[in-house]
Design a protein around this ligand. Structure first.
Ligand SMILES: [Zn+2]
Length: 276
């Protein structure tokens, strides 16, 4: 498979502005995001290791001459209740400020939800889709892969892990179900990156005269997933084979010069600030 699908997008205007919004951090055992067999305790080595770490929750605002787009939405304002109800609160702690939730974070950028022309959701896990509440009743199109949406609808019961329907079900959203890759605007391409979840997708931004940026979301969650050419998926990917193929494709694109922005890598924050 040629990586040109990701790295060779026709560039759009150089004045496309990228702003990464910081919605706080999640804390969890790092092995949930990058399964590292060598860290698992053994009969002969039962020392617990301190792998409790912080991982940023982000979304990306794309201000383009053709329109304003948002990739992902961060977490739900009522996360304290919904996370404990879903069971995800047992394994992930979330730390944020009121002002870091999507609504206030957009307002701080001078953007109202109704100014957004389309929201691209990488997938429907709670740390990416939780902020959808902000778009209820606005008519703003919510672009998600059909496979991902169908998976959400199939998820039932109260212990749903990272899919929390209670945060989404009551909302009046203009869902726009997509299938495969498609262009959003000049130099902005939505690309499928399956594996982490059934319909994970990302966004490639190609700007005239600048480095191509691939927002991969959780297709690669942290740098440890792809360290030294060895691929370690998270503890619980939807499809580990698809995940590996996607990660390989992203790493090939990186070798061709693209910057791959991962879903939750703490060390990338400085790089993200320089993107604008
Ligand atoms: Zn995530």
């Amino acid at each position: 498979v040629s990586s040109s699908r990701l790295a060779q997008i026709l560039p759009g205007p150089s004045e496309i502005r990228l702003t990464v919004l910081d919605h706080g951090t999640m804390q969890m055992d790092a092995r949930r995001l990058a399964a590292r067999p060598e860290c698992f305790q053994r009969v002969a080595h039962r020392e617990p290791q301190d792998l409790w770490q912080h991982f940023p929750v982000i979304s990306v605002l794309v201000r383009h001459p053709e329109g304003t787009f948002l990739l992902d939405t961060g977490c739900y304002s009522g996360w304290k209740d919904t996370w404990s109800e879903s069971g995800i609160g047992d394994v992930i702690e979330y730390e944020t400020r009121e002002s870091a939730l999507l609504g206030p974070a957009l307002a701080a950028e001078g953007v109202r939800p109704t100014h957004i022309d389309a929201v691209v959701l990488s997938h429907l896990h709670m740390d990416h889709a939780g902020g959808l509440e902000v778009f209820s009743g606005t008519g703003v199109p919510i672009l998600v892969q059909e496979r991902e949406y169908e998976h959400l609808i199939r998820v039932q019961g109260s212990r749903t892990g990272a899919y929390i329907r209670r945060e989404i079900d009551g909302l009046d959203l203009a869902w726009s179900l997509c299938s495969g890759d498609f262009p959003l605007a000049a130099g902005v391409q939505v690309v499928t990156l399956p594996g982490h979840s059934p319909g994970t997708q990302g966004v490639v931004i190609a700007r005239e005269g600048r480095q191509t940026v691939i927002f991969a979301s959780d297709a690669i969650q942290v740098a440890a997933n792809v360290q030294d050419g060895v691929f370690h998926h998270s503890a619980n990917p939807y499809d580990s084979v698809a995940w590996r193929l996607t990660a390989r494709e992203l790493m090939d694109a990186q070798e061709e010069g693209a910057l791959v922005v991962m879903g939750h890598e703490p060390s990338q924050s400085a790089e993200l600030e320089a993107l604008t």
